[in-house]
Design a binder for this molecule. Sequence first.
Ligand code: PLP
Length: 368
Amino acid sequence: MEVLQAAVDREAAGHRVVHMEVGQPGAPAPRPVLEAARRALEDGRFGYTEALGARRLRERIARHYGDSYGIDVPHTRIAVTTGSSAGFNLAFLAAFDVGDRIGLAMPGYPAYRNLLGALGLEVANIGTSAESGYVVTPEMLIAAHGESPLKGLLIASPANPTGTVMQPEALGALIETAEDLGIRFISDEIYHGLVYQGRAETALKYSPHAIVINSFSKYYCMTGWRIGWMVLPEELVRPIERIAQNLYISAPDISQRAAIAAFDATEELETVKAGYAASRNLLLDRLPAIGFGDFYPVDGAFYVYVSVRGFSNDSVDFTRRMLTDAGVAATPGPDFDTERGHAWMRLSFAGTEADMCEAVERLGNWLA
Ligand SMILES: Cc1ncc(COP(=O)(O)O)c(C=O)c1O
């Protein structure tokens, strides 16, 4: 967000900036969503909904699990949230107690660690690397648990910032190990739908006790609508309903009514995804030639996590200079990895393919 601010300041001063720092789709919400929102506006009455979400949306989300994964989930296990961000808060509050230790893959999405810290939970960083596809293995989990017992494990697949997708067998094996050790598995599935290589399976397939967190923000292009969902184990439905009611009463009514239509926008959303796929190909092809050859080749999401070691050992300084000298904004690695991130940065290809092309050219000229 600080990089975004610096980029916006440069633009306000009249400079061109290519945005590779943003973690959100450039495309607007799909047409059926906008139409549903317009219809809702004409009605004009917006109120609180049930804390776990309007029944029609919960039923539609439940149906999505049948359609997309062949899994039968009752709508009563679905909780609609204000983005997946609220889902993490609810999951941590309901499943853990102060002082509990939760495993996270590092590099990883920084808000997990910040939220856990704010709630008095301890973070156990599990270091992963490009060589092993940034995947947390059962062996790594057993080792982290052996150091000091874990109560939870949170994994995103596809992951931010690495784009790693855990293949179904690997995910199943990790969940099985976690549950054997009494560790609650939380699955961040926000980048499902954005997979270019392999297949992302839902954690629901492997356990009725996993907490699944998802969102309309990424595949569905609805970041600003602040709407997401969770699929809950039966035993956590009531606790989460009570916490949600006290935290924010309900997710926004208009976003809930609009989100129902998101599942009918597959054709439009697949076109957006095809744009990401083209940008991904372009970056994987051209980054090595300009000196950024050390990266894992992105199975999903819309990020390349790339080493800047060939140019600098301080990616905060490097990305600052990259913005001012080359006009390309990126996110420095320490946001994602407090130990090794100084040599890495994240490039987002959620913008247009033309912008990605321009970014590579600008970087090539700057570094030549
Ligand atoms: C891995 C991951 N999880 C969760 C979120 C939060 O998204 P939202 O609250 O919009 O659903 C993000 C946002 O970038 C993310 O990258």
